[in-house]
Ligand binder design. Structure first.
Ligand code: GDG
Length: 504
């Protein structure tokens, strides 16, 4: 079985990864089924220019033939690559928050620097039969850098966050470089169909990419596949036979609404709190009977935009609790800490409503975890933002617009009065979706598509010699490239278009 080289910004011990939630769990699961090398940042920051190209390699005891390979970052890299370009440019722009983006000189250079250093180090570890799977926005240029280092293996990229509309993407000063880097992959996996459409539009607008008759995209001198692979969870790890005792009783019979989101401005927490406040005002009969428990673990606290959101939430929860609370009833339980994973499962199950209303989210795994934790005989109801990737699959949740406070308040009411029969019917359909596309299926289908795409690359295009590459680049700069000189040969009129000027 071919080894999978998984690359992500942060590498963790497998035991920790399975507890961390999100994609770390899916990566840890991969190690159970096949030999893997997990490569990325160790989480350590070294002073000065001390970052090295020689990774620390540790065998994974529980999985034979598998290993973790990590590199540290320098303090400057952490500042400019991680906090800077990744989390103050790409994260906000990809979540449609151009207003929060900080386009600062130096961020991009260091972002490239880290990607180049990672590529140099990884190229030495790659074996001819490996399949390389790169994860997320921190590492967009890594595939192109690996190709530059002579790596011919299949290389796929998976983006966990949303792709913004083309016009927003184009606002990034380095959008052309990012488009070129994305075009170097054999396969790009995205969370939703909307993301696929946005990325294709962006490649068309940014670098005159075009859709080929076989459905793949041609950009620069390369063909790539772009498809959606919605990230799944392992539902069996959330199912539990015995109902949870204690938690429900601890609320004096009040009904619990649960929210679990990293404290991130993309998660729509102020809007959620306002909607809950409005619900208490509009439907006063529910006062004292309903509690919103919001777990919001801290994240990226050194990025300025995250300080504001924290202050905003503290003020809002204080205001709503002050306005409606009683000595024996606090409407909002706001917890700015992380909870252990098994405890999360219990809280999900003890909550009549799961309230997941991000303004924008790649997928939102928490909504799937909530559904998978429910008691099949008496399930709760998820309320889900239409702007979470999960809304494309979880159509039987109560889908809301997170900017519409009235609609969210009404959805809480609808969920509270929903008959058991309807709750069970919705839960059954939601679980069918969650089970049929779980984390194992997600990984397997991405990897199978990647292998097929890479095979197609080697079939249609024997590696180009440097002189052919040079003449192709020259042709691409002129108005119309003759048919047959594009990678893989032209297949028809629609493939002959190569706009002038944009291809460099
Ligand atoms: C990114 C994309 C995409 C959360 N709080 C605690 C905790 N968690 C776990 C959850 C879940 C994970 O973290 C969060 O996953 P989400 O998908 O909800 O959101 P992001 O962290 O923003 O993840 C997102 C995801 O990547 C995967 O592709 O879905 O759109 O933004 O597993 O359970 N776990 C524990 N304590 C907490 O307090 N133990």
């Amino acid at each position: 079985m071919r080894r999978i080289v998984v690359v992500s910004n942060r590498v963790m011990e497998l035991r920790k990864a399975s507890q961390a939630g999100g994609v770390a769990v899916a990566i840890a699961d991969l190690f159970r089924n096949r030999p893997c090398l997990w490569f990325g940042w160790s989480g350590k920051i070294v002073e000065g220019d001390g970052a090295t190209d020689a990774p620390d390699i540790r065998a994974v005891k529980s999985a034979s033939g598998s290993a973790l390979a990590t590199l540290p970052l320098t303090a400057a890299e952490y500042r400019d690559y991680y906090l800077g370009y990744s989390n103050s440019v790409l994260w906000p722009v990809f979540h449609n928050r151009l207003d929060l983006a900080r386009f600062e000189a130096g961020f991009y250079a260091r972002y490239m620097g880290v990607n180049m250093r990672f590529a140099r180090a990884l190229a030495k570890l790659v074996k001819p039969d490996d399949i390389i799977w790169i994860h997320d926005y921190h590492l967009i240029p890594l595939g192109a850098e690996l190709r530059r280092a002579g790596i011919e293996n299949p290389i796929g990229f998976y983006l966990h966050i949303p792709v913004p509309p083309s016009q927003t993407f184009l606002a990034i000063p380095e959008h052309g470089e990012l488009a070129r880097a994305l075009s170097a992959y054999d396969l790009i996996g995205l969370q939703t169909q909307v993301d696929v459409a946005n990325l294709i539009q962006f490649l068309e607008d940014s670098v005159s990419g075009r859709i080929l008759q076989d459905g793949r995209i041609s950009a620069f001198d390369h063909r790539l596949a772009i498809e959606s692979f919605p990230v799944g969870i392992d539902p069996s790890s959330f199912a539990r036979a015995a109902p949870v005792k204690g938690l429900v009783q601890s609320l004096n019979s009040a009904v619990r609404i649960i929210g679990v989101d990293r404290l991130d401005y993309s998660k729509g927490l102020p809007q959620k709190f306002r909607a809950f406040g409005h619900f208490l005002e509009k439907y006063p009969e529910y006062q004292r009977n309903v509690v919103l428990s919001q777990i919001a673990p801290p994240t990226r606290e050194s990025v300025e935009a995250y300080t504001d959101i924290r202050q905003q939430l503290e003020a809002l929860s204080g205001k709503i609790n002050g306005m409606f609370g009683e000595l024996d009833w606090v409407p909002i339980h706001y917890i700015h800490r992380s909870a252990p994973r098994d405890r999360l499962r219990d809280i999900y199950r003890a909550s009549r409503i799961g309230f997941f209303t991000p303004l924008r989210d790649g997928m939102n795994l928490v909504s799937k975890e909530y559904v998978a934790s429910q008691d099949p005989a008496d399930p709760g109801v998820p309320i889900l933002s239409r702007f979470a990737g999960a809304a494309e699959q979880l159509v039987d949740a109560l889908i809301v617009n997170p900017y519409n406070i009235e609609e969210m308040a009404d959805a809480i009411r609808t969920a509270l009065v929903m008959e058991k029969e309807e709750r069970i019917a919705r839960y059954t359909r939601l679980m069918a979706v969650i089970r049929s596309y779980d984390s194992a299926t997600w990984a397997a289908s991405f990897l199978a598509t990647l292998e097929a795409a890479a095979k197609e690359r080697s079939r249609v295009a024997a590696p180009l010699t440097p002189s052919i590459r040079a003449s192709m680049a020259k042709l691409a700069r002129t108005a119309h490239a003759p048919v047959g000189l594009k990678l893989g040969g032209g297949r028809g009129k629609s493939e002959r278009r190569l706009r002038a000027g944009n291809n460099e």
